[in-house]
Design a protein. Structure first.
Length: 201
């Protein structure tokens, strides 16, 4: 007696759903999304890698954050040994970078600080989107007011907003208006010191 190997409709549907799920899992992230969304995602990945490089640097240097520059090297060049490629300093939505340039700035108020003396890691800015092709030591102490209404400024770079990397390593996108809502809100430049050491030495 011959067996009938024809698949029932429900079996075909199950197979299609399984294959569809596999394709979704195996496809590269960002594929099928709009270019602005892809750029924002890749930029966030860059900032996460930069944040990890800062973390590895502090482990090697007694928990101290790097200087803005030393011996003609900017902070991007100082932490370059801790990243896979210096392409992480180029935002995909910006112009092509030359060697030693950066589309991101470091919070100048964090330079050389000892992490053991700090708190407020979740809300303190470490790195964020800066001018295209900035210097290797690109840094800011606050967001320039001139960026507020300039739709070509870095805080408009991704879908009328920008990515920010925080001291604890997490990265988040903010709409451009959020950069000026509160001076001491969720976007802090000023470091917060532990109570036992309230002043910077």
């Amino acid at each position: 007696m011959k067996r009938n190997y024809a698949l029932a409709k429900w079996e075909i549907l199950v197979l299609l759903s399984v294959f569809g799920g596999l394709i979704f899992v195996l496809l590269p992230p960002g594929l099928g999304t709009s270019k602005p969304n892809r750029d924002r995602s890749f930029c966030q990945s860059n900032l996460k890698q930069i944040g990890l490089a800062f973390r590895q640097y502090t482990r090697d240097y007694d928990e101290k954050l790097p200087p803005l520059s030393v011996e003609n090297k900017g902070w991007t060049q100082i932490i370059t040994p801790y990243v896979k490629t210096d392409e992480v300093f180029a935002c995909p939505a910006g112009a092509a970078n030359s060697v030693g340039q950066s589309d991101y700035f470091m919070n100048a108020r964090m330079a050389r600080l000892d992490e053991k003396e700090l708190s407020g890691f979740v809300e303190t800015i470490l790195v964020a989107e800066g001018e295209d092709n900035g210097a290797a030591n690109a840094h800011l102490s606050e967001i320039p007011l001139s960026w507020r209404e300039d739709e070509y400024s870095p805080i408009f770079r991704h879908l009328e907003g920008a990515n920010v990397g925080f001291l604890d390593g997490h990265v988040k996108w903010f709409r451009h208006t959020n950069f000026f809502t509160e001076r001491n809100g969720v976007l802090r430049f000023e470091p917060t010191f532990l109570e036992r050491n309230p002043k910077r030495k």
